[in-house]
Design a protein around this ligand. Structure first.
Ligand SMILES: [Zn+2]
Length: 154
């Protein structure tokens, strides 16, 4: 090992001269593993412990009209997205309603009998719904697909 690959002892500290030092994970990994291209688990674990920002342990409920927070539930199950079943249902109901309304508007806008003036007004109604729909992304995650090996009972 050449002397240039050696790390200074203070390189991985969280603060420099009493001031907090922000270090991204990729920078921390590079400093831990030096010039080696392969990242070892020990280097990554060291980097994960010192990198900033650390991941959040709580976050807002994904229902845009709710201000409650969801806590990180450790490694148990899927990450909690909503503070309650009510919020999850409201989110899904609103998302589906907006998608349906946009679909109805699109259908009439595509009709050749719709006049340009009407199309302009419809476009505005559509844009407002799209604006709201952007706050209601599909957060259901991958769907459960039944295995082709499972036979349905007759
Ligand atoms: Zn909520």
């Amino acid at each position: 090992m050449s002397p240039s690959k050696q790390q200074e002892p203070n390189q991985l500290q969280r603060s420099v001269n009493g001031l907090p030092m922000k270090i991204s994970l990729s920078t921390a990994v590079k400093r831990s593993s030096g010039d080696t291209s392969e990242v070892r688990a020990t280097d990554l674990l060291e980097a994960l412990a010192i990198c900033e920002p650390q991941p959040a342990t709580s976050a807002r409920c994904l229902n845009p009209s709710c201000s409650n927070r969801c806590s990180w539930n450790g490694e148990k199950g899927r990450p909690k997205k909503f503070c309650s079943d009510t919020c999850r249902q409201k989110h899904e109901t609103t998302r589906r309603r907006l998608e349906e309304e946009i679909s109805i508007i699109d259908g009439v806008m595509d009709n050749p009998q719709t006049r340009p003036g009407q199309r302009k007004v419809l476009s505005s109604h559509r844009a407002q719904r799209a604006f709201e729909l952007a706050r209601y992304p599909d957060v259901r995650g991958p769907r459960t697909v039944s295995s082709p090996l499972v036979r349905t009972p007759r």
